[in-house]
Design a protein around this ligand. Sequence first.
Ligand SMILES: Cc1cc2nc3c(=O)[nH]c(=O)nc-3n(C[C@H](O)[C@H](O)[C@H](O)COP(=O)(O)OP(=O)(O)OC[C@H]3O[C@@H](n4cnc5c(N)ncnc54)[C@H](O)[C@@H]3O)c2cc1C
Length: 328
Amino acid sequence: RDFTHYFTPQQVSYAYHLSADFMAELLHEATRACHIDAKVLKIARVEGGAEVEFEERAPERYDLVFDARGFPKELHPDQHINISFIPTNTAVIRRCPAIVAENGEGPVLQHTYTRAVARPHGWIFVIPLTVHTSYGYIFNRDVSSLAEVEADFDAFLDADGVSEFEQRAVIPFPNFVHRQIYDGAVARIGNAAAFMEPLEATAIVSAQLQIGMVLHIRLNRPVESLERDAPVVNRFLVNNMLCYGLFVGWHYSCGSQYDTEFWRNARDHVWPQHRVAADPGVVDCAALEKLDDMIELLHRPVIEKADWNQMCAVPLTSYAQMSQGLGC
Ligand SMILES: Cc1cc2nc3c(=O)[nH]c(=O)nc-3n(C[C@H](O)[C@H](O)[C@H](O)COP(=O)(O)OP(=O)(O)OC[C@H]3O[C@@H](n4cnc5c(N)ncnc54)[C@H](O)[C@@H]3O)c2cc1C
């Protein structure tokens, strides 16, 4: 039970953590766009497009709007699929000194792994960035108190040899998939489309898929097909995010080296809700069926080579690793 899972990127030996601020600057340099710096009050579908209402300025009409306002403050059952089978809902974020030694402008040559470490109240991510290391304790505030989590966080940092940290935030988050990721005029992307923890590398690939698919359809299909295409694209995107959600929920149910209330609750009370939450009749897609196929494959004494590349959000090999439970 005391082992490490290796999730290395395929075909390459590196991964990226992107700085949102620098990314926006970089894109701005290569884009011809009108930048409106205002709070968006409402985005509504109207005949032939969508209307955006702003704070303290007149509304604008567009053919297509990408809604990237992040996750909602509260979930509404008519708009959001509540993926309540994921047992975490809060993060404590701490900033610690950089692990990477400063070496001027050149590339960082030593290994700088992102770590995800199982703990009694959930798990901790460790993300080595260039100027600091970001630590986050992901837990369930309905199961563990903040004081208990902070105490275990202190013990972990102590064992990791980190003597100083800056407390950054305590972030409550929802676990959901939006029912209407794309309706033909409004495309919800990133955290506005879905959220679950951990998203990790899936956050970037999901946003790429959402933007790429919507643009591909809009730029290549005749305008008469718009109404017919939208529900098909939406079902595909909802299915994709729900598959990620099911994998995430299932991986918590596989347990860890800790037999604590958090891990027992994840397995015995939270995960069993997935059959109701992802019922195809309720979510209008076949994500649950795909997950069932993967679990069935996992239980076979021999997995045929032809099945090795089967996927439900992630490949069968990831399911096989996770089915062993989470090490440290
Ligand atoms: C604890 C935690 C850890 C995470 N770790 C990782 C990780 O390791 N790797 C990873 O890839 N992802 C991680 N994520 C997910 C991360 O949140 C997403 O990858 C990323 O932030 C999604 O970007 P986004 O632009 O969709 O949403 P956000 O980053 O939430 O951005 C939304 C933006 O919209 C703006 N906005 C909101 N409302 C309005 C409005 N009304 N008008 C105008 N602007 C508005 C906000 O100010 C904000 O700038 C983590 C998330 C959490 C909570």
